[in-house]
Design a protein around this ligand. Structure first.
Ligand code: ADP
Length: 480
């Protein structure tokens, strides 16, 4: 294990304009597994948020004027440095977030893959020529970076939620200011350290760390110099921040909550469906916005599915994320644990049945399967954000689709079937931004990540991801 007291990757100050900035107060960042304090971090607020935006504004013209090839090679260096330090970054992430070391290292590689991807895409910001309606004119379209981007990110992916946004923004020629979640600022600050080592110029990538998220959020969403605001987090907070952005007509991307259905039809490969459900439900201890939130199983398959699924869930190893073989880490906070506990208790009181798990142990909630869940229970309607799988049943395809779509959310959905006609029908009918078909893990840098309905708008990754950070400009050349 790394001795972080000797490592330049453990930083405890905001990174603004290429400088590590102290503050009057400090707050503790603790390991969710045992509460051990990892760092006392300078608590930045509205003033530092403004300084960061000013720095980003001043750095913008020069960064935008770098050639695409120059930006690309700097981003590529950042990617290389991150991957060279993957093990340490993974450990740091497990320490502050709790997820297993395997998943943490996986997140570092996943986050870095967006930097690699957009280093390549930076070179492909093509414009367009359009036939003009009259002979004396020419129409050209160019794409230009929107300007300063402000971002707010959550604690469940402390590295990747930042990398995914910053990579696209910087590739497009924008400058970037991010406020990570106060529970997990260390991975963000380590990214800043490596950004500096990679040669990203001062002011281009800034990290403002503080506990007063409201005050920082107000500056990010209302500052006239911020052109674009991007947020990943809860739907409630996202709605509020989008509203705040309206007064200065910022461009906004929102990646909000989900309530992912995982549908198992009676023609599915049962073992594949069980493996997919375990992977999709229990990764990151169930604390992701694309985790399966409702397992919908065709009635005649339900007994066999529940038996195999709960047997697989019982095998999951719970413990300190740093220990080899551990798959389920602690919940991020005691409050998060209590929320999950309560959701299960309410479902049981309403007639649901715990098949396995169903209780808390220290900072953990045991991997849980709950059967006999009905669509009206809070457990089926709420984003659970914990290692609990509610199982509901349906009779036919139409009912499955209606149940799956019966939510305000529209982020990810999954289904298992071997019937090609059904696969097309269901894939098209699901009102979700991403659909896994016979697949429980779907996210990668080449694919567009994002939702519909109240799960937000905008796409991250893929060939579409740069569009969120580019303005289209139409040039009309006359007098020819
Ligand atoms: P989560 O359930 O993931 O904690 P939140 O939406 O509460 O979801 O948090 C996501 C991010 O939004 C975090 O960085 C958090 O600090 C920030 N945040 C929470 N409330 C506000 C707010 N009122 N204004 C600005 N940022 C906020």
């Amino acid at each position: 294990m790394t001795d972080f007291s000797q490592s330049e990757l453990l930083r405890a100050e905001s990174y603004i304009n290429g400088t590590w900035c102290s503050a009057a107060n400090r707050f503790e960042v603790a390991n969710p597994f045992n509460g051990e304090v990892l760092a006392r971090v300078a608590d930045a607020g509205a003033t530092e948020a403004e300084q960061a935006i000013t720095a980003a504004q001043q750095a913008f013209p020069d960064w935008a004027n770098h050639s695409a090839a120059e930006r690309s090679s700097i981003l590529r260096r950042w990617y290389d440095l991150i991957m060279a330090r993957q093990d340490e970054l993974g450990e740091l992430l497990t320490l502050e977030q709790g997820k297993s070391l395997t998943e943490a290292k996986g997140e570092i590689a996943y986050g870095a893959s967006f930097i690699e991807w957009f280093a390549e895409e930076a070179k492909r910001v093509y414009g367009d020529t359009i036939p003009a309606p009259t002979a004396d004119k020419r129409i050209t379209v160019i794409k230009q970076p929107v300007g300063v981007v402000a971002a707010i990110t959550p604690w469940n992916f402390p590295n990747a939620m930042i990398a995914r946004k910053a990579a696209a923004a910087l590739a497009a020629g924008c400058t970037f200011v991010v406020k990570p979640a106060a529970q997990t600022p260390l991975s963000a600050l380590a990214l800043a350290e490596l950004a500096e080592q990679a040669g990203i110029p001062a002011g281009v990538f800034n990290v403002v760390v503080g506990t007063d998220s409201k005050a920082i959020g107000q500056v990010f969403t209302q500052h006239p110099q911020v052109a674009k605001f991007t947020f990943t987090g809860s739907t409630a907070v996202g709605k509020q921040l989008a509203e705040q952005c309206a007064s200065t007509v910022k461009r906004v991307s929102l990646e909000l909550g989900g309530n992912a259905p995982f549908i198992v039809f009676d023609d599915a490969d049962l073992d594949a469906a069980v493996a997919g459900a375990v992977a999709s439900k229990y990764r990151n201890t169930g604390q992701t916005c694309v985790c399966s939130n409702r397992i919908l199983v065709q009635q005649n398959m339900a007994p066999a599915f529940i038996e195999k699924f709960s047997a697989a869930v019982q095998q999951l190893k719970v413990g300190n994320g740093l220990e080899p073989g551990v798959e389920i880490g602690p919940m991020i906070t005691a409050d998060a644990l209590a929320d999950v506990e309560q959701l299960v208790q309410r479902a049981v009181a309403a007639g649901a049945k715990v098949v396995t798990g169903g209780k808390a142990e220290n900072s953990f909630y045991l991997p849980t399967v709950v059967a006999d869940v009905t669509p009206t229970m809070a457990l089926a309607q709420t984003e659970i954000f914990g290692p609990v799988a509610p199982v509901l049943t349906f009779n036919d395809e139409a009912e499955a689709i209606a149940m799956a779509n019966d939510t305000d959310y529209g982020l990810a959905a999954y289904f298992y079937s071997r019937d090609i006609g059904r696969i097309w029908r269901v894939a098209e009918a699901l009102q979700f931004g991403m659909v896994g078909i016979n697949e429980g893990l779907i996210s990668n840098a080449a694919a567009p990540f994002g939702g519909v309905k109240q799960s937000g708008y905008g796409r991250e990754g893929s060939k579409y991801g740069l569009d969120d950070y580019l303005d289209i400009k139409y040039l009309c050349l006359g007098g020819i």
